[in-house]
Design a protein around this ligand. Sequence first.
Ligand code: SF4
Length: 424
Amino acid sequence: MKPSLELLMPAGSTNKMKLALEYGADAVYLGPPLFSLRARENHFNNLELNQAIADVHARGKKAYMTLNIFSRNRKLKPFSEAVVEFAKMKPDAFIMSDPGMASIARNLAPEIPIHLSVQANCMNWESVKFWKKSLGIERVILSRELSIYEITEIKQRVPDIELEAFVHGSICIAYSGRCLMSSYMDNRDANQGVCDNSCRESFKVFEKDYFIEDAKNNPGELYQIDEDEHGTYILNAKDLCMIEHLDKLVAAGVISFKVEGRTKSEFYAAMVARSYRGALDDVIAGRPINTEWSRSLDKLTNRGYHTAFMLENPGSTGQNYKASTQYQEQYKFLGYNDDTCEQALADGDVSIHVKNKIHLGQTVEVLRPGASPLVAKVISIQNQKGEFKDQVHSGSGIHRCHLDITQKIPPFALLITDLQSEAK
Ligand code: SF4
């Protein structure tokens, strides 16, 4: 029997997890800040992790726990105590990169499968065999620097291993986080989960020339350094986007399609899950991938999309030299509904957590799980005391918006707006 294909989304918080699941994820990954490579903007304590995993299982989906730091000696003892508690939460696997920590998990929690984290930089079939034989790894999360050709060979050489590949999200300028830049510049160690994205900063050029050249290895190949009033972005890799090539990854033997971004917004969680769900369903049904899915990803802020090393070496086209994170902001995320908001309201009404300014008369797009977006105008806005407002801003809590449509708005709807139409 063919293994089923899995869309695996990040869960940086309970809200983002619920949105990702509602919009089509088959599985999520989440982890405790102390042992996971997302120590910042990760608010899961053990109680919440336990509840989140139970919620995912209640929906018949999977939850993988990231324990993928590279541990110093001092963290081994606390980890040995913690991993026993983590195992009681019954995650579907631990995602790990440190061989010492993985050995501890294997000994103290043998019932939980281990998936090899992308941080382990598994790049070839001998490495896959090594990890499988030495620690009984069931799945390898492939290094983001591999090509589809290399992935195909790994699967052919080691057919009894599950392969997971990143298909979307931020890319490091270094081998998947093996980077000291953040440590050096800001004393925050990427390998302990506290990277400060130093590579995305603007740098000033103090040389006379505005090109750099690796004269020894690539004589004549010039890398342009443009500097504007903000500086220059010579280390800023574009974002990975493989949505148009999922069929090729399936043919190569990948069964789990992973999205990066536990620190990204609720909008990102919903929109990326929705787009990749649609594309993966097209692949499963044997249809051409609808271009609507890749177009919808353009609504998210991104650094410019590319296919990293999957199809060919990206060279300088894999970099965004112009800007750091606001490469694209045509759409603004206004707010989202979840199970802490009022439900079962009148037609056209939606209760939302406000994330950006909403005002009367504004044209909004309503994203709905499993359905096409609706376009509507904001007719009225009320706070939780029932007072009417002309506009509300980020941080003002839950508000009820009445829109000029006659449909019921389902739970977990999102409101976004097109900034270009706003400007007209
Ligand atoms: S500084 Fe940049 S390259 Fe280094 S780990 Fe952080 S995101 Fe990756």
